[in-house]
Structure formats: structure tokens, C-alpha cells
Design a protein around this ligand. Structure first.
Ligand code: MV4
Length: 449
């Protein structure tokens, strides 16, 4: 096994990775910015190195500082967590050329999946259903109109190098398509440095369903079930759950098997997620995330498997410790992401000192957080301050437990999304699981309720 792993991240995920390392008997190196000198990830690691000023570009995104820290401490691997450098193919490649193991998929895979239209084409070639659309990028107006005619309106214009929903535009008529084409191109150029765009049939009410995958470097890939992540606001997930209760057993099996086959065909290794849009009894590949995700604990609760320990083991080159038959699915899990944001002010970040902090506990409750009483939430980074994950025998029990857990949670000194979560958990459409990715568009929050 690795002797020493450097964790190129901060916050709860740095702690989460460190916990896995400790259980595996692997030494840990934390890197931190000036703002994070009092952070728990720096305190709990065997060694901690300050790598630069508070802006991420000068610390958590700085290749040279991180590589120097790995060199100085003699780390033999780097775990990137999520965000920051997790899906940076160039950084992954540099790590490997410096003889530092990269705990993630190959740089080639990261780079291929980073191009959304290329990823889509590769998946289609490997038998994964994709949303009907243009074959690759569309160039001129004529080609766009022709493609849209075949696809059928409404069509969605997407940036080839995009992802995460940025720069998408719906066109309901040919006129709207022409009008939006130039705007979409300009946006794609500004946001991603690549004006290429492609067209897809616009699905009006899809659910976001993603399959958790893990593969080793010997060609084995298994799935750990799916998560429903439809409860999002501006492409930021708020609530995730597993299983997705909207799937029939037949459809669920088909999605799992398709995702595993697609990942195997591209020689995928490490942890990863295949995202699908699901409408009725149809499902379509959307994108593949080549990292461990924020919401992985939901899957850990229903499978009782430690995804990070497994990811580290396969990163070292070990074969998967488990085969598909070993994976059993138990009950239902839900995660609420608690952010230091003010829902009454358009979810504006609310940094500052946490004057009182009490976390829930008890049966079936897991909390992943890096915050403590007196902690100063920095304006420099993501505003997520805790993930509350509740497990139950049934969805209803998990929801009831989450209500109870949110009730126990006390966070003073900053605004949080706790009350917003409480309101969603009371919503009849949420309770009946009758929702799509548009749920929060129609959700009216009454703080006084
Ligand atoms: C779509 C779609 C409807 N039809 N594609 C948003 C993120 C980006 N990766 C793809 N996204 C979507 N693609 C077609 N053809 C709707 C969305 C979408 C969405 C998807 C998942 C979760 C939340 C969403 C919120 C708005 C739009």
C-alpha cells in the first residue's frame, strides 16, 4: 500500500480522505492556504504544509506548490478530492511524470470526458443511449437548422467544452435557434475558450440519475447503485438520495448494466459517476464525472462500503476487493448539503465566525463537516459547511430521520440553508418523490411556515 498520501484539498473532503488513509495505515500530508492555518485538515494530518495565500489560484490550484509539498514530504501519491484539481488532466499527467501516483482515472480518460460532445460520441459508440442530437458540433446556420429539423423542437444548444449547465440555451422555433446560435457560441468562447456547440432534443422534465462506478487497473468495473440528484438550484445540488424511487426494477438494472459496460469499454479505473437524464422509461447519458463526488456518502450508507478506501486501493494497483455479487443494497439514504448562505438573499454566501455549533447524531445519522465552534468560514472557498446524511429502512424513515437531525442541528453566527432544507422535506411533491430537475424552479419558500 502507499506509505504517504498528500491530500490536495481542504474542508470536509480533505478530512474524509484522511479518515480513509488512517484506517488503511497510510500517513497523511495536508496542504493548506494562509486562510486555512486553523483548519481541521491541517491539524489532523501527520504533516501539514502552508502552500500559499488564500485565493485558491495561489494555493489549492497551484501545481508547483502542491508538487513541491509532495516532494519535500516524500509523499508517494496525491488524492485530489473533488473540485480544485480533481478533473485536471494536465495536473494528473504531471504527477505521474514526477513518479507521484495520481489517485484518479488516467489523464487521457479525464481529458476525454472533459469534452462533453466527445464523451457523448464515445458513449454512443459503446452502446450507451444518448439524447438524440447533432452528430458532434454544428458549424453554420444551415447545418443547425437541418439538425434541429431531424431532432425536433424544442432543441437545446450546449457548449462542446461546457458541462455543469453553463451556456445552455433552449430554442423552441427555428427563428429562436438562429437568434440563440451566435449568443451561445459567444458564451461558449468566453466561458470555456471554445466556441463549438452542439444540439440536443430538449427534455422538459427529466430526473438527474447518476450511477456510482468503481474500477481497477485490471479491467474490472462494478456499480454501487444510483443516486437521484434532481433537487438542484442553478446546477448546485442541495439534496441527493439513493435509491431513485422513480425507477422500475427493470429500468434500474438496465441503467446499471449500461453504465458498467460503458465504463468497461473505455478502460475506466478509479471511482467515477455516469450521469443520466431519465424521463419516463427512457434514460440518456449526460456526462461522466471522473472524480469522487460530494454525495458519495449516500451510496456508502446504502452499500456499507467505504468508497474512498476502495478508490485508494485500486489507485495503488490492487484489484477490486469486491465483485458485483458482493454489493447488497440496504434501505434508503438522503443527504442535505448545508451551506453558509442566505436563502432569503438569493443564496448569497454568508461567511463569518460560527459562534455556536451543534451537530446531530443518533441512529442512522452521519455528518461530514470540517466546521467547529469558533471556526471562521472564509469567503475564499465553497460555502458548504456540513453534509447531513440519514439512512432508514425506507425513504419515509430516512426523511423522518432527516427532519429530526435538522431539528437537532444548531449553527449560529452565519446564515445557513437549514430552514430551506426543512421546507423542502415538508413539500408534498418531495414527499411523494414526484419531481424533476425543475423542482426548485417552482418551489416557493415561505420562511415563516
Ligand atoms: C439537458 C436538459 C434537458 N435536455 N439536456 C444541466 C447540466 C448539464 N450537464 C446538462 N443539463 C441538462 N441537460 C437535454 N437534452 C436539462 C439539463 C438540466 C439539468 C440536468 C441535471 C440536473 C439539473 C438540471 C437543471 C437544469 C437543466
Amino acid at each position: 500500500m502507499f506509505r504517504k498520501i498528500l491530500i490536495a484539498n481542504r474542508g470536509e473532503i480533505a478530512l474524509r480522505v484522511m479518515r480513509a488513509c488512517k484506517e488503511l495505515g497510510v500517513n497523511t500530508v495536508a496542504v493548506h492556504s494562509e486562510a486555512d492555518s486553523e483548519a481541521l485538515h491541517a491539524r489532523f494530518a501527520d504533516e501539514a504544509i502552508c502552500i500559499g495565500a488564500s485565493p485558491a489560484s495561489e494555493s489549492y490550484l497551484n501545481f508547483n506548490r502542491i508538487l513541491a509539498a509532495a516532494e519535500i514530504t516524500g509523499a508517494d501519491a496525491i488524492h485530489p478530492g473533488y473540485g480544485f484539481l480533481a478533473e485536471n488532466a494536465e495536473f494528473a499527467e504531471i504527477c505521474e511524470s514526477c513518479q507521484i501516483a495520481w489517485i484518479g482515472p488516467s489523464p487521457e480518460t479525464i481529458s476525454k470526458m472533459g469534452n462533453k460532445s466527445l464523451a457523448k460520441r464515445m458513449m454512443a459508440e459503446n452502446g450507451v443511449p444518448v439524447v438524440p442530437g447533432s452528430d458532434g458540433s454544428v458549424e453554420g446556420e444551415g447545418a443547425a437548422l437541418e439538425a434541429a429539423e431531424t431532432i425536433g423542437y424544442p432543441v437545446l444548444i450546449k457548449a462542446a467544452s461546457g458541462g455543469g449547465g453553463k451556456g445552455m440555451r433552449v430554442a423552441v422555433t427555428p427563428d429562436a435557434l438562429i437568434n440563440n446560435l451566435l449568443i451561445a457560441r459567444a458564451e461558449a468562447e468566453t466561458c470555456f475558450g471554445d466556441p463549438s456547440i452542439y444540439l440536443e432534443r430538449y427534455l422538459e422534465n427529466p430526473r438527474h440519475v447518476e450511477v456510482q462506478l468503481i474500477g481497477d487497473k485490471h479491467g474490472n468495473v462494478i456499480h454501487l447503485g444510483e443516486r437521484d440528484c434532481s433537487i438542484q438550484r442553478r446546477h448546485q445540488k442541495l439534496i441527493e438520495e439513493s435509491p431513485c424511487v422513480a425507477l422500475s426494477e427493470e429500468l434500474r438494472t438496465r441503467i446499471h448494466e449500461t453504465a458498467v459496460a460503458g465504463a468497461k469499454a473505455m478502460g475506466y479505473h478509479s471511482a467515477g459517476t455516469m450521469e443520466f437524464l431519465v424521463e419516463g422509461d427512457e434514460f440518456f447519458f449526460m456526462e461522466m464525472n471522473t472524480r469522487i463526488q460530494v454525495e458519495h456518502p449516500v451510496t456508502e450508507m446504502v452499500t456499507r462500503r467505504d468508497l474512498i478506501k476502495e478508490q485508494i486501493a485500486v489507485g495503488f494497483g490492487n484489484p477490486l476487493s469486491i465483485s458485483q455479487e458482493h454489493i447488497r443494497f440496504n434501505g434508503h439514504a438522503i443527504e442535505c448539503r448545508v451551506n453558509a448562505e442566505d436563502p432569503a438573499q438569493g443564496f448569497m454566501p454568508s461567511p463569518g465566525r460560527v459562534s455556536f455549533f451543534h451537530l446531530p447524531g443518533g441512529m442512522g445519522v452521519r455528518v461530514d463537516s470540517h466546521v467547529y465552534q469558533g471556526y471562521e468560514i472564509s469567503p475564499f472557498y465553497d460555502s458548504m459547511i456540513a453534509k447531513i446524511i440519514c439512512h432508514g429502512l425506507t425513504r419515509d424513515e430516512a426523511i423522518g430521520r432527516m427532519h429530526r437531525a435538522l431539528e437537532e442541528c444548531v449553527i449560529d453566527g452565519v446564515e445557513t440553508t437549514l430552514d430551506f432544507h426543512r421546507a423542502i422535506l415538508r413539500d408534498p411533491r418531495f414527499l411523494s418523490a414526484d419531481f424533476s430537475t425543475r423542482f426548485l424552479d417552482d418551489f416557493v419558500w415561505d420562511a415563516k411556515k
